[in-house]
Design a protein around this ligand. Structure first.
Ligand code: AMP
Length: 131
């Protein structure tokens, strides 16, 4: 069966979509460490990011760069941090997190509780800046 993230990219499971093209998809992390925490994934179903073929890996990072620019325009922050964990969901993904301080990249800390309306507003704002 397809991974949860593959099903999100296919539109079978709802998400707060931020950006997409034929090969990549970006959406809000449902348990954000900071406002605007985004996940960027390839549509290709590969668990470990460093098992992606070179072209897909390079494309994923270039797509993440465009998302990070939109993120920084939408959410005031010092910089957008990037992390790859992948210990929970077996589908390659990059975390993008708008940072005010390095604590914003602490994935062990308590996650934010945002309403569906807040999540949708954040996703729409990032999507509006994506080019
Ligand atoms: P990791 O695999 O360790 O990088 O963590 C997976 C991340 O995916 C976590 O930050 C989760 O909050 C996030 N996550 C899991 N399921 C969903 C979902 N259905 N929609 C959005 N984010 C998710």
């Amino acid at each position: 069966m397809a991974s949860i993230f593959a099903r999100i990219a296919a539109g079978e499971i709802p998400s707060y979509k931020v950006a997409a093209d034929d090969r990549f998809f970006a959406f809000l992390d449902i348990n954000p460490v900071a406002k605007g925490h985004v996940l960027v994934i390839p549509r290709a179903e590969v668990d470990y990011i460093f098992d992606l073929d070179d072209d897909t890996l390079a494309g994923l990072y270039l797509f993440a760069k465009r998302v990070a620019r939109a993120l920084k325009a939408a959410i005031p922050c010092r910089k957008v941090g990037m992390a790859v964990l992948g210990l929970e969901v077996p589908h390659a993904h990059i975390h993008l997190v708008p940072m005010q301080s390095e604590g914003d990249m602490d994935f062990r800390r308590e996650k934010l509780q945002l309403t569906a309306e807040e999540m949708q507003a954040i996703a729409s704002s990032i999507a509006a800046h994506f080019e």
